[in-house]
Design a protein around this ligand. Structure first.
Ligand code: AMP
Ligand code: ZN
Length: 455
């Protein structure tokens, strides 16, 4: 079954043809680490993790290299560290840890490589030197800029026209720039700012060159897939293409994938818009799989309007699924068994809403007696990074989240059993009603009483 992906560059859905099927190579722009990730930032983490899972399934787990970088040097980081009166390295390492905890919470696999910008300054300096030698970059007072007009394909990803960019720019461009559309490769650092020695004095890299240098190091001059959020198309990805293609004189990436925005009442969720909620804040109220399912119910290229309702709906669905499997050992199912219709939806440009509707269908056909139906459901869900928790874990979490006291529930059940043994059915039923009010359903089977939460 062929994988089709929508490529921003060609503006069409294209059959995915890897450069080397034994090593699929994907680079996704990762977080700038100065604060907790908001739910908008979590969208590319979930979307590209799902693609990573689909590719691992299709080509083999050892045949996919997924690189997601960490931007740990940036003006926003310097500002945040100053305002916290904190060391930059302590701020970034603390934030990286938060990010890892959040990514794991929402069911994302650890990427194959997670390079940090500050560990790759040497590679960035080398690339900038090559760009200067080749005549694509120039230095002014410790700043090095990419001369966008020297690259005749500048604008090919975003469709922007360089003359319009220059004409449309503010008149008062920085005086070290020859053209408004030129962009920074290296800039000088003040004494109190972090900096590295370079042929142009003490300074630090621009954001775009970080990704060009790190992708080159781990994936080579040309690789299969480059991804990120739509806001990165211009200028970030446009500039990455310009730097890499001028430096290596080879095509940079074969497929460009961009997720749509997660919005709140029509506006992009962003720190600067003040309309954000962090993944960490949601942890108190929602299981990570709830966040993940809520995200995957919308196709990745569509805008996703974030509401509490979508979280509640997704919680209800998962509750139904997990409750059904409560007394089944689901960690023992074979890995490979995946439903064809779900796989074909996922291979059609990661159509997760379609895959989820197929999952509902599959769930309807599940019976506890039919092991195959269960295997199919669980493995197909796991391809989307869902049903990875154990049902017991889910229930325990639900109990905690709803402030239910598990010990108290078990005590009540014991009391009810005692009353029933004594023939006092009316008091036993009162306890059942009491639990019913707490949304707890009792099941009496083979002389044992188990409980689950109402869907
Ligand atoms: P940043 O840390 O701001 O560089 O963003 C990390 C990733 O999150 C990038 O791929 C962005 O495109 C993506 N991103 C940021 N805000 C949103 C949003 N509201 N919706 C979807 N993706 C976003
Ligand atoms: Zn990048």
């Amino acid at each position: 079954m062929t994988l089709f992906l929508y490529d921003t560059f060609s503006k069409s859905k294209r059959e995915f043809r890897p450069i080397d099927p034994k090593n699929i190579r994907m680079y996704v722009c990762g977080p700038t680490v100065y604060d907790y990730a908001h739910v908008g930032n979590a969208r590319p983490v979930i979307v590209f993790d799902t693609l990573f899972r689909i590719m691992r399934h299709s080509y083999g787990v050892d045949h996919v290299t997924y690189v997601r970088n960490i931007t740990d040097i940036d003006d926003k980081i310097i500002e945040a560290a100053n305002s916290n009166k904190e060391d930059i390295s302590s701020l970034t390492s603390r934030t990286i840890q938060y990010f890892h905890e959040d990514a794991s919470y929402i069911g994302a696999l650890v990427p194959t490589i997670e390079p940090k910008a500050t560990d790759h300054i040497k590679e960035m300096v080398e690339m900038i030197e090559t760009l200067i030698v080749k005549g694509f970059a120039y230095e002014v007072d410790g700043n090095v800029l990419f001369s966008s007009s020297k690259y005749d394909q500048y604008g090919k990803l975003s469709g922007k026209n360089i003359d319009e960019l220059i004409a449309g720019a503010r008149v008062d461009i920085e005086d070290f720039k020859k053209e408004a559309s030129d962009f920074i490769l290296w800039k000088p650092s003040k004494d109190n700012e972090p900096g590295w020695e370079s042929p142009w004095g003490k300074g630090r890299p621009g954001w775009h060159i970080e990704c060009s240098a790190m992708s080159k190091k781990y994936l080579g001059d040309t690789f299969d897939i480059h991804g990120g959020g739509q806001d990165l198309i211009f200028p970030h990805h446009e500039n990455e293409i310009a730097q890499s293609e001028c430096c290596h004189e080879k095509k940079f990436a074969n497929y460009w994938l961009h997720n749509g925005f997660l919005t709140v009442e029509g506006n992009k969720m962003a720190k600067s818009n003040g309309n954000f909620i962090t993944v960490n804040e949601l942890k108190d109220r929602y299981h990570g799989e709830v966040i993940r399912l809520a995200m995957l119910m919308t196709h990745y290229r569509q805008p996703l309007n974030w509401t509490e309702n979508s979280l509640l709906e997704s919680k209800k669905i998962l509750n139904k699924w997990f409750s059904f499997f409560l007394d089944i050992e689901i960690s023992k199912v074979d890995e490979d068994f995946v439903d064809e219709s779900i796989l074909s939806a996922l291979k059609d440009d990661i159509n997760t809403p379609k895959a989820i509707s197929e999952l509902h269908q599959l769930f309807k056909n599940c019976t506890k007696e039919d092991v195959l139906s269960i295997k199919k459901f669980i493995n197909s869900a796991r391809l989307l990074g869902l049903m990875l928790s154990s049902p017991k874990e889910w229930m325990e979490w639900n109990v905690r989240e709803n402030n239910l006291d598990e010990i108290k529930i078990n005590e009540l059940i014991e009391k009810r059993n005692l009353l029933r043994d004594q023939g006092n059915y009316s008091d036993a039923d009162k306890i059942r009603d009491q639990l019913d009010e707490l949304e707890i359903i009792l099941e009496d089977k083979d002389g044992k009483t188990t409980w689950k939460q109402k869907n």
